[in-house]
Design a protein around this ligand. Structure first.
Ligand code: CS2
Length: 468
């Protein structure tokens, strides 16, 4: 079979959508840091429909550490297939929004100083922000180091700063990004740090689309449908959402025409998504790892787990203050349907990664709101208990579970040294960078976590959920 490329576009089957512009003629107006499957299925999908009208908004991808995405896509002119899947079938589209992929900070820096680049979008995952690290520990080839260096060079050359748009799953991701970039900028020059904090725009945004890692079967299926090979297609659900704070001094693509919501305050939407979607996801991931459910769809096919997640969402919804236009009940119902999507193999092991970076905004934050309101939080507590048990490294059937987390050493040591579950809970709750001290101090919450931990330790997750 031949490989996907610009030359192969014309011969693709009619049902495959393709760019309605010439990908060879795009300019690079956006640089995206962290060009993984998510960005290729979400940000590129919102941008592609606008490129015929304005080809200046092509996207250059950056991989800070790995060359695998560039190596896969370069031989195919940076084209790739996006497959949207649900129970009703599959829709295929060839994506042509990428103008290239730079690998490593030096390569990226050369592109970031180009005045044509007006926006830098980011998906480097929660741990890419180094929220607890100083500039020396982060280094120049980190996201904050690279952006601070690029903004400094632009300033010295009299080039206006680009707008920095974080698309990671963090509350107030714009402000968080401003803080970490300004902190790095201080190590270059304090005056420049003030410029970063005051004169560079860091709008906030909430992104949503479930994009599991692509499997070899996915590749084979896409190749068969296309009649040409695609070294790295991306697979996603049809649902997508992007809520963006409209603050782009250098201009932006007309993303609202692709369905993005441009608002003045993103925070309520971030909390809604992080607590309801991602909080449920993390709960499903740890319970699923213990119980032996390989994917999210396998887990929610289990009536007791599904009922638990529905109740968790009710518990969490009470912590949110949403604009009147948002139908929270409908949002929760839709989430359960999305989780059950039979055409996605979203592995619980993938979501279980990096819990130390994720749980603060997903589960600890809503638990604290409930405690402050004097409300119990037993469903949230069960998710936390499942994470603590997961740290012990054994599923309910005794099989070994891996821990993929930047804090793995500390967490593994805590689990290995704790003589019993209460001691494990005590040690982990004392880690202030992972568990907010205000929540760790709430005895009623600790008691709920301990009760849940005892239940799943004695009976196993399946039984504990059934007899809840
Ligand atoms: C998931 C997210 O891996 C994870 O932690 O919860 O990647 C989730 O699929 C996306 O945020 C959905 O928008």
């Amino acid at each position: 079979m031949t490989q996907l490329s610009r030359a192969a576009l014309a011969a693709l089957p009619a049902r495959v959508r393709r760019p309605d512009f010439d990908p060879a003629r795009l300019g690079t107006g956006i640089v995206h840091l962290g060009i993984g499957a998510f960005a290729r299925a979400h940000i590129a999908a919102f941008t592609q429909p606008l490129l015929a009208a304005d080809p200046s908004w092509g996207m250059l991808g950056v991989s800070l550490r790995r060359s695998d995405t560039r190596d896969a896509l370069a031989p195919q002119d940076f084209l790739y297939t996006r497959a949207e899947r649900d129970g009703t079938g599959e829709r295929l589209e060839v994506m042509g929004a990428l103008t290239g992929i730079a690998v490593g900070a030096a390569d990226a820096l050369a592109r970031l100083v180009d005045p044509a680049v007006r926006i830098v979008t980011i998906t480097v995952t929660e741990k890419g922000y180094g929220r607890d690290l100083d500039a020396a520990a982060m280094g120049r080839d980190s996201m904050p180091g690279l952006l601070a260096t690029a903004l400094h060079r632009r300033r010295s050359a009299g080039v206006a700063p680009f707008t920095v748009l974080s698309c990671d799953n963090l509350p107030s991701n714009g402000a968080v990004t401003r803080d970490v970039v300004a902190r790095f900028a201080r190590s270059i020059d304090p005056g420049f740090a003030r410029f970063v904090a005051q004169d560079v725009a860091f709008p906030d945004s909430m992104v949503d689309r479930i994009v599991p890692a692509t499997t070899p079967q996915d590749r084979a299926g896409v190749d068969a449908a296309l009649g040409v090979t695609d070294a790295w297609p991306v697979i996603c659900e049809p649902f997508t959402q992007w809520v963006i704070e409209d603050h782009f001094p250098q201009g932006r693509p007309a993303w609202e025409r692709s369905g993005a919501e441009l608002v003045s305050d993103v925070r309520p939407y971030e909390d809604m998504k992080l607590r309801l979607l991602n909080g449920s996801h993390s709960s499903i991931a740890y319970l699923g790892q213990l119980a032996g459910w390989e994917t999210v769809a396998d887990a929610v096919a289990e009536p007791a787990l599904r009922a638990h997640i529905a109740a968790l969402m009710q518990e969490v919804a009470a912590t949110l203050a949403m604009p009147a236009s948002v139908d929270l009940e409908g949002y929760c119902r839709a989430l359960l349907t999305r989780f059950a999507n039979p055409a996605l193999r979203h592995r619980t092991a993938q979501i279980a990664m990096d819990g130390s970076q994720k749980l603060r905004q997903r589960l600890f934050a809503p638990a604290l709101v409930r405690m402050e309101k004097g409300l119990p939080a037993p469903r949230i507590a069960l998710g936390i208990a499942a994470w603590l048990r997961f740290l012990q490294g054994r599923a309910d059937d005794g099989s070994a579970l891996g821990l993929d987390d930047p804090q793995a050493d500390r967490l593994r040591a805590a689990a290995a040294n704790a003589p019993d579950p209460p001691a494990l809970c005590r040690t982990v709750f004392a880690m202030e960078d992972i568990v907010p001290p205000a929540l760790a101090a709430k005895t009623p919450f600790r008691d709920e976590v301990l009760a849940a931990l005892a239940r799943i330790t004695e009976r196993g997750v399946r039984e504990a959920l059934r007899t809840n």
